[in-house]
Write a protein that binds this ligand. Structure first.
Ligand SMILES: Cc1cc2nc3c(=O)[nH]c(=O)nc-3n(C[C@H](O)[C@H](O)[C@H](O)COP(=O)(O)OP(=O)(O)OC[C@H]3O[C@@H](n4cnc5c(N)ncnc54)[C@H](O)[C@@H]3O)c2cc1C
Length: 418
């Protein structure tokens, strides 16, 4: 038995495992996705004494994705980014180990992959973003080959460090796709970590490093661009702006880069290709009638309540907000959704507003970080108002990001306290 909801007579045990399928199919708050957003929200709602919460997620593992960059760059081990999902489900919350496949907001029903249907009073949709590994011709073959890797999957991140750390000469290509992606700056992080490592090994000058970004500047926020351009010059990286990976020929190790500004193409033979897959909203959301034009959940960007159905909410990477998708953004969103949902459950109107904040700590060396903080208009939004110092390369931010945030994540954010 695994129904441990503390609002009913049956609820006497702490959470120990996934739902066995014998419980009530109705939940006061049903959360689709037990990732960063879903678990933080469930924990916070528990703290606000909301009862009848269930989380639907098929995954046995909970992943701390920000550490994938450290794994790919050789500054953390894979084990530190993974915990059993069971261990992060808040006590008193039901875990339904299944995948949501459909939603009928009229009858307030969610269909699961197992064929079961469950109903809700309020629904929170946060299944993250979809990584389209086959979205670039030849990319999947390249990643399956001995020369391709990516920090957007934990296994490929482990492989990335194996490839980058053993490279002594040749060409390394790092590419970021256009369109919405989670933590846009993450693609660059293993590159700077590798360059710093190659410099320490005395081989940096023998490695041609090419970075392709779809944006007109390296990051798209002026103060951050200044710092990154300085590091790019320091490491001798060749920067290609307005440029995307168009296709890959895994057999000949050839990456074709397309410049979207002038339409030109360039072919590069690589020894290591580190590529981020194109990303999109999970495809099944579009069929629910709850999506915006881009397929993400159509929420009011301030309250995070659905624009049509007041019992539907969304946050995190799947939400149709305009901020840079990141854990830092959804940390703010979690507080907004939790407070607004609690208010509505208590018969009040939502009052909390999300301000579009997002952030990305960019590891520009193996001991320093540039912290990019900005809103959904890409205007700097520093944590310390009026002080842009955190957007400069700093040792302090490295210490906080490498050692502090991960503890904050497991022991504060996922517990509903931070
Ligand atoms: C390489 C990388 C580096 C990053 N670095 C940073 C960083 O430095 N700082 C930062 O703030 N952010 C960073 N991020 C972004 C951050 O990890 C995400 O923004 C955050 O994890 C999004 O949380 P989420 O809950 O929306 O999605 P996720 O954490 O991805 O969780 C989604 C969950 O939904 C589940 N799910 C999927 N489909 C279904 C379904 N149909 N039914 C039920 N469950 C489903 C999945 O199993 C998963 O558990 C990084 C991301 C990556 C990939």
């Amino acid at each position: 038995m695994a129904q441990h909801d503390d609002d009913g007579a049956r609820a006497t045990q702490p959470h120990r495992g996934p739902d066995s399928g014998h419980q009530s199919p109705h939940h006061q708050v049903l959360i689709i996705g037990g990732g960063n957003a879903g678990i933080s929200l469930a924990a916070r709602l528990k703290r606000y004494r909301v009862r009848g919460i269930a989380v639907v997620d098929p995954s046995e593992q909970h992943l701390y994705q920000p550490f994938f960059s450290h794994i790919a760059g050789g500054t953390a081990k894979a084990e530190s980014a993974v915990r059993p999902q069971e261990s992060v489900i808040p006590k008193g919350v039901t875990w339904l180990r299944d995948a949501a496949t459909g939603i009928d907001p009229e009858s307030k029903t969610v269909t699961l992959g197992s064929g079961r249907s469950i109903t809700y009073e309020h629904l929170v949709i946060c299944p993250g973003i979809q990584k389209n590994w086959d979205g670039i011709p030849g990319l999947q073959d390249a990643l399956d080959s001995a020369h391709g890797a990516s920090n957007y999957s934990i296994d490929l991140a482990v492989k990335a460090w194996r490839l980058l750390s053993t490279l002594r000469s040749g060409t390394a290509v790092f590419a970021t796709p256009d369109g919405p992606i989670t933590c846009g700056g993450a693609a660059q992080k293993p590159m700077y970590l590798a360059c710093d490592y190659w410099r320490s090994q005395g081989v940096l000058q023998d490695i041609r490093v090419v970075l392709a970004v779809p944006t007109q500047t390296v990051y798209g926020v002026e103060i951050v661009d200044e710092e990154l351009n300085r590091k790019i010059a320091e490491y001798g990286i060749e920067l290609r702006c307005s440029t995307e990976l168009e296709s890959v020929d895994a057999g000949t190790h050839t990456a074709t880069l397309r410049n979207n500004a002038d339409g030109s193409s360039e072919q590069l033979q690589y020894d290591v290709l580190h590529a981020v897959p194109p990303q999109s909203a999970p495809g099944w959301i579009r069929d629910t009638g709850l999506a915006d034009d881009d397929g993400f959940v159509a929420v009011d960007r301030s309250t995070l309540q659905h624009v049509t159905y007041s019992t539907v909410w969304s946050l995190g990477d799947a939400a149709g907000t305009r901020n840079s998708k990141s854990g830092a953004a959804l940390r703010q969103q979690t507080k907004v959704v939790a407070k607004n949902l609690k208010a509505v459950l208590d018969g009040h109107s939502p009052t909390q507003q999300y301000n579009g904040y997002g952030a990305c700590p960019i590891t520009v060396s193996r001991s320093t970080v540039v912290l990019a903080e900005f809103d959904d208009a890409r205007t700097p939004k520093p944590t310390v108002p009026g002080w842009k110092g955190l957007a400069k390369e700093r040792r302090l931010t490295w210490l906080v990001e490498r050692y502090g945030f991960i503890r904050l994540y497991w022991y504060g954010i996922l517990k509903g306290w931070a």
